[in-house]
Design a protein around this ligand. Sequence first.
Ligand SMILES: CC(C)(COP(=O)(O)OP(=O)(O)OC[C@H]1O[C@@H](n2cnc3c(N)ncnc32)[C@H](O)[C@@H]1OP(=O)(O)O)[C@@H](O)C(=O)NCCC(=O)NCCS
Length: 249
Amino acid sequence: MFKYIKQEIDGIMARDPAARSRFEVLLCYPGFHAIMVHRVTHRLWMAKWRVLARWISQVARFLTGIEIHPGAVIGERFFIDHGMGVVVGETAEIGNDVTLYQGVTLGGVSPSVDSDSQRDRKRHPTLGDHVIVGSGAQILGPFAVGHGARIGANAVVTREVPCCVTVVGIPGKPVSKVAIEEDFDAYGMAPGEQPDPVAQMVDGLKTQIGGLKSRIDDLERELAAYEKMASPGRVEEVRKAAARTVAKI
Ligand SMILES: CC(C)(COP(=O)(O)OP(=O)(O)OC[C@H]1O[C@@H](n2cnc3c(N)ncnc32)[C@H](O)[C@@H]1OP(=O)(O)O)[C@@H](O)C(=O)NCCC(=O)NCCS
């Protein structure tokens, strides 16, 4: 049990740059609280304690802002970042290491129910492993979103998404394909795109040093030209002035 909780917390810490300790995740992450409650309500649902399961999930929704239907099947290390406004429908299926941001809906498209058999049919999407769904995205219907796919913020997706494809816009359209990365890319950024702040700082310093060098070269050239023209006393004066300028730089 503790091993399982630790694994879920570690999954969150690996994917949220803002999470600094396990204790912080335990106390402050509504996505963590919601999935913990879901593990219980799903068991109750499967044991046919359905109203109790739904009631508990509604209490969790009141406390976390995240609505996960107890019937939804969810894999390991599921992470809902921020959480508020997330809805996961009854027949949704979610693989391992999936990440959702706030305001995501895994919903159905047709509200009509003509018979009990229709009530039991699959109405919600199936997400493969390592899928990332950006904030406010709506994935609506009983189709698959392939392993490693990324859904852009605010996209509306109503058709199957192949493995590793990035889909953005309304209606969702593919924009690129990425290799599945075991290492999580926060906010769904393509691998290799995260800026390295140290490298950026070093590049900035290099540019500044290059600018200063060329400025000193210019000054030395001007001084040499002046030396040729001016009297020795005046040259010494200018030399001192130039030394003062260089020292200031
Ligand atoms: C979809 C996403 C994963 C794509 O990331 P990426 O692979 O780095 O893609 P790029 O930024 O190179 O964008 C590719 C193209 O899609 C467009 N695009 C990216 N995200 C988009 C979005 N959400 N909606 C519409 N267009 C989008 C870009 O403008 C670009 O178009 P262009 O080629 O015409 O210039 C990312 O943009 C995204 O939406 N991540 C979710 C972030 C999020 O929800 N954060 C919440 C944190 S609290």
